[in-house]
Design a protein. Structure first.
Lengths: 129, 129
DNA sequence: GTCGATGTACGAAACATTTCGTTGACAATA
DNA sequence: TATTGTCAACGAAATGTTTCGTACATCGAC
């Protein structure tokens, strides 16, 4: 039983996770200040969410000092995979191809990025199956 | 002003939309029966959701007969684009490349599908930019 | 030690989503 | 016409998420 299933983060929870992934372990105030570049949010709002996320197992909390320090308990890639897989099932009928085609055609990717994707395609075709 | 912005469908709403996209215009009971292949749901639950979706503009309702007939007001591809773009911003920091790489590496796509994707890459590289 | 700033905890309000019980209209049929 | 089944409408309960007011503890400056 290598890994427990963590709940899918809500929209607000994901916003907090993104800050922690970028900054690393942080206090509530640090997350708040990062947030408030963009939108106004109250201190206790962020605190409460991070407390709930800790209960859910999404964050770890170091409370040995008075000012607690939170860190993400889930890796960014893991969460991306989870959310993407979820969307794949719920909106794309499980068709990865459709999803990728939409992502490529409707969104901007630079020439270098396209080349990297092409390289990945090569690896996949050669590697497995 | 060619097109109004429709709200992002919730999880339950998306499930209903998928039935309608697949079946075409349907009654509440038809959607319900489609649903109940998989999970048990009450009639009034589905009815209520479809009423709300109609209010939100996600569905059209033909109520000239006693049994109303609902149809999706949003195209499947449009909604896919919307949800994918949303996820791209919220979880992938806007990097379409990262998203595509995750989708390709973690999920199954057949050889033919990979070829199609490769073709699309060609088209993109040739066509624009 | 007192005061003000900063921190956590707690509980509830505000809001959205999902679920369903009940009611009254209508229709088919016995 | 009386009964039974199907339907839409309505309202409310149950649940989950987000927001924040308040209370209380701790720390540092004075």
């Amino acid at each position: 039983m290598p890994k427990q299933i963590l709940p899918k983060p809500t929209e607000g929870e994901l916003a907090i996770l993104r800050v922690l992934w970028r900054r690393g372990a942080s206090t509530v105030r640090e997350v708040l200040e990062d947030f408030n570049q963009a939108q106004e949010t109250g201190y206790t709002t962020v605190l409460k969410m991070m407390q709930i996320m800790t209960e859910k197992g999404l964050l770890d909390r170091d409370d040995k000092d008075r000012t607690h320090v939170y860190s993400p308990r889930v890796a960014e890639e893991e969460t991306q995979r989870q959310l993407l897989g979820d969307l794949l099932d719920r909106a794309f009928n499980g068709s990865a191809k459709q999803l990728v085609m939409q992502a490529l055609s409707s969104k901007k990717a630079s020439r270098e990025e396209l080349a990297e994707i092409r390289q990945l395609l090569n690896d996949i075709e050669r590697g497995d199956k």
